[in-house]
Design a protein around this ligand. Structure first.
Ligand SMILES: [Ca+2]
Ligand SMILES: [Ca+2]
Length: 470
């Protein structure tokens, strides 16, 4: 049971980092953009490989400062600066116009699909931290960003030892203002995590079991995300529940609804041993608790749990859901299964409303060219026009040509939207996942998680986005 309950924590399957010898000190985390700086706009002007980017100051004399990824920089403030990165990773860009600073973190991928502009780290001090941001999901209106947060490095999970410094010592915040109401009961005053917790009467089993929580952030006037508030089920401060894969459904019936994957501890038994999909009524502007779980009289009990299980087969594992709604109450629920060796994508169809115990006929695998043997496909998103997913550590998309989802002829060829590098030396961007697409007045925005190898050999997962340019 313990392994199954913990499994959802690994929302983004990455690469286990090896750490020979001692553990180097945690690298200092420098918030960027710096306080007071507004986000800097960057254009993509070169299509191939690491690409080329353009920064154009609005007016007057200006200076450009860069750090992080090395790059060839040509041009000037008048013509604009052309930036040609020399490796994958994060490149910090800062333009100073008479003391007014605009700053952004450009994300350099090995390849960016033709349709997309300059990939950027989410700006502002609230979303990205030195710890583990994961499970990213952008609402269809692009005004709400959901983050699955863990206050350690994901490498602390991969080392598999609860006493390893990466697993035991927090890095990143676990309180206001960035993570208000985080379930921090198991974190000591020195920032050390106790692996055992009350809900399952679990002692330290030797494996890392960090507290996790889901947060919703609201779009701010400057385009960044702020106003974080805790969402999801609570367990008296232990953070042991591991709800994951939050999303607001796309389509006409999606507004005011919310879906996530969760292994309800109050219903676990012979018929239900793994994660299922639940739907809720939801207002993203208001702090929401989807029920409280606690142990009483030797049993796990829930109070105020408003989730309704949707989708067939409570016995299997379903994760990272995305629900699409059509006119007339037709529902298409897409899921992955990170609990089995052959990772494919699945869909179940049914009739709404979203927050009822809708009957679905059954799970069907999405066919080739989407799901293929011996290739990992996870984290599906469908908006009525196309499916987007993480396939083989690449954000990929397939147009829906019409016809049944389970038929190969219903899908167009694979489009590669974001391809990370394969180099894992310090500073490299080598992991990507968790795609969702929202739309604001300027057009489509693709949200994703990216992973950087830090100087101490640990992986830092963060939130990024890119705007469509065509
Ligand atoms: Ca991070
Ligand atoms: Ca597969």
């Amino acid at each position: 049971m313990l392994a199954r309950v913990l499994l959802p924590v690994v929302v983004l399957l990455g690469v286990a980092a090896c750490q020979p010898g001692g553990v180097p000190p945690v690298p200092a985390f420098v918030p960027f953009p710096s306080p007071g700086a507004r986000p800097l706009e960057v254009s993509r002007v070169g299509g191939d490989g690491l690409g080329a980017y353009l920064v154009s100051p609005r007016s007057g004399p200006a200076t450009l400062a860069t750090s992080g990824v090395a790059a060839k920089v040509t041009g000037d403030a008048k013509a604009g600066w052309r930036i040609e990165p020399e490796a994958t990773g994060e490149m910090r860009l800062s333009v100073d116009e008479n003391g007014k600073k605009t700053e952004s973190v450009l994300l350099v991928f090995a390849l960016v699909g033709e349709a997309w502009g300059a990939p950027m780290a989410q700006p502002g001090p609230m979303v990205n931290t030195a710890a583990w941001e994961d499970g990213l999901s952008l609402s269809p209106d692009a005004n709400t960003l959901f983050v699955h947060y863990v206050p350690i490095t994901i490498s602390g999970f991969f080392v598999g030892d609860s006493k390893h410094p990466w697993a035991e010592r927090t890095r990143g915040p676990y309180g206001a203002p960035e993570r208000p109401d985080f379930p921090a009961k198991r974190i000591s005053a020195e920032g050390r995590i106790t692996p055992g917790f009350a809900l399952y009467e679990a002692k330290d089993v030797g494996r890392p079991w960090p507290p996790t929580a889901l947060f919703a952030f609201r779009r701010q006037k400057d385009g960044s995300f702020g106003e974080p508030h805790l969402i999801g089920p609570q367990d008296d401060g232990d953070g042991s529940l591991g709800a994951f894969g939050p999303c607001i459904p796309t389509g006409p019936e999606g507004k005011g609804r919310f879906v996530l994957a969760f292994n309800d501890p109050a219903t676990m038994g012979a018929e239900d041993t793994e994660s299922d999909i639940y739907a809720f009524a939801f207002d993203p502007a208001k702090p929401t608790t989807f029920g409280r779980f606690h142990r009483a009289g030797g049993q796990i009990r829930s109070e105020g749990w408003t989730g309704v299980r949707i989708g067939p087969d409570p016995k299997g594992h379903q994760g990272n859901p995305h629900l699409h709604t059509s006119k007339g109450g037709r529902l298409s629920l897409f899921v992955d299964n990170e609990a089995i060796a052959e990772k494919d994508l699945f869909v179940a169809e049914g009739q709404g409303p979203v927050t009822s115990a809708t009957w679905y006929a059954g799970w069907e695998p999405l066919p080739s060219p989407i799901s293929e043997p011996n290739v990992e496909e996870v984290q599906p998103f469908f908006d009525g026009k196309r499916l987007v997913a993480r396939k083989d550590n690449t954000i990929s998309a397939w147009d829906h040509l019409g016809g049944p989802f389970a038929s190969a002829s219903s899908w167009g060829p694979r489009q590669k939207w974001l391809v990370p590098g394969s180099d894992t030396k310090a500073g490299s961007l080598f992991v990507v996942g968790e795609p969702t697409v929202g739309r604001d007045a300027r057009g489509e925005i693709l949200s994703f998680v990216y992973g950087i190898m830090r100087e101490d050999g640990s992986i830092d997962l963060n939130a990024g986005y890119v705007r469509r340019r065509t």
